[in-house]
Structure formats: structure tokens, C-alpha cells
Ligand binder design. Sequence first.
Ligand code: GTR
Length: 327
Amino acid sequence: MKLHRNCLAALAASLSLVGLSSAALAQTVLKAADVHPQGYPTVVAVEDMGKKLEAATNGRIKLQMFPGSVLGGEKEMIEQTQVGAIQILRTSLGPVGPVVPEVNVFNMPFVFRDPKHMRAVIDGPIGQELLDKISASPAKLIGLAWMDGGSRSLYTKKPVRKPEDLKGQKIRMMGNPLFVDTMNAMGGNGISMGYGEVFTALQTNVIDGAENNPPSLYTANHFKAGAKYYTQTNHLIIPEILVMSKVAWDKLSPADQALVKKLAREAQLEQRALWDKAVADYTAKLKAEGVEFIEIDNKPFYESTAAVRAKYGAQYADLMKRIADVK
Ligand code: GTR
């Protein structure tokens, strides 16, 4: 009788152990990362995607967000995503170019007429083709969805109105040789550097300026490091992208993969609405902080970068024509 009772207790203990461990095993926590701080449109949209994912899977799949570059700069985070240490990454497409060269077609200066044109392209077949190219490439990244990064303009310590004004000025660009070439063609000296180093580099005069959209200029505080002149060059309109590590992707069931893709697409649309508001809000805040927005005719900058489009775009001539034809 005693033996019987002991056996039952042992069985119950092992059952509860099995129960515990299978519940723990069944839960997948996806680490998501972003260079931007809490509250930034991309961060909010990915966090909301995580909430929906958790609800739709009854807590089986969770997403944990690491904002504000806590897991590194974009180059490092892309590498971590490739090896599976980060599972979901929101990044600019700029630093993806060196690992998936086909995406550089979207990274070229003045390839889109305006942000509206860019949205029409990413929402259509070309946008899907590029996501598929990323997924099919050997980079071990799955292209989930696009996000909006508006349009990038130049900010400097001295006012700039034309390419000649950039002579001798060191301007930080994202890590991709295409961007250094772009800045050199625009008249300045392009310096490749991580986003997290820009503030100190401005403060210590290692650089004289950088280029970005208003929400980034404001939230990264670069205007407080002396970059008070914001010249509306609108030279780069680069979509942001949400990618998943192929290592993590391959562990999901086909049904979960479809769910992640669907929710990523919803995050794309949510981020877009948040983005439009952020551009308006941060533009007003920058002006209130004394940043001078310099309106210019950007044609000389467009013309000065023709050689960059010719050099990098030759291999995408057909695709560039298709992009230009999107209304
Ligand atoms: C921002 C973009 C970031 C990052 C940053 C940069 O506009 O959202 O992903 O690429 O620019 O300049 O490094």
C-alpha cells in the first residue's frame, strides 16, 4: 500500500514536471530590436504586432522589444539577426545593402520622386519582389514588411544651399559605400559611421553634419550637438524594413509563419499612420528648438548624383524604369 502511494506521488511529481517543462518549451519569445527609442513609430508598431501575436497564439509566441540600440548599431544587429541571436529586426534598408546587394536599387539617391511614390512602389509588386529577394538570398534574413522612413535631408552646423557649400564638410552617412559615394557626389566628404556615434562626432567636430528625417534628427538630439541648419535636399527616400532571422523563421510552423507575415503587414500600415504624425510633430518641435529649415531647389543635388545612379543602377536598369513608371 505504502509502495503504491509512493509510486503515485512519484508519478504525479514527474507528470507535473513534464507539464511544466512542456509549457516552458512551448513558449517562444522572439527578441525584437530597433535603434530608435521607446515611443518611436517603428518601435510602437512592432510592439503592437507582438501583442497581437501573443493574443492570437494564446501566449505561445511572445515578442520582447529591445529599443534604443541596446543590442548594438544596425550593422551589428543585422549580423546578430543573421545568426539568430536577434529574431526580429527593424532596420533601415541602407545597411542591408552590403549583405543583400539587390536592395540597393531602393538605396539610390533620388530613385523615388517623393515619399508617396516610394509607398506606391513598396505596396505594389516591386515591393513584394524585393522582400522575396531578401528571403531567397543567402543572407539568412526573411523580408517581412516595409516601413516608412520618410525622406532624408542634410543637417549641418553651417547653412548649405547648393553643392558648393558642402565643399570640405565631413558628413556622416550610413554604413554602405553607396551613401559615401552619394555624399561625395553632392559636394561633401561622406564619412560612414554608426547612428549611435553621430552625436559625439558632431560635438567633437569629427563631422560637420549628417542627414536624416525630422523624427530621427529630433529624437537622436543631433540638433543639440550643433547641427541647426536643415537643408531640404530630400536626396534619399529609403524605406525601412522588418526582417526575421531565418534561423527563427525555420522553427515556426507554416501556420505561425503565415500569422507573423500577416501581422507584420498590419504593423506596416500602423507604422505609416504613426509616421505621418511623427513627421509633422517633430518638424514643429525642431522649429521650436530653433532649427532652421532651409527650402531649396534640389535639382543641382539631383544632377550632381547622376553618376552614382549610373554606377550602381546600371545593373538594375529595367527595375529602375519600372520604379519610375509607378504612378
Ligand atoms: C533612421 C533610420 C534608422 C537608422 C538611422 C541612421 O532614419 O530609421 O533605422 O538607419 O536613420 O541614419 O543610421
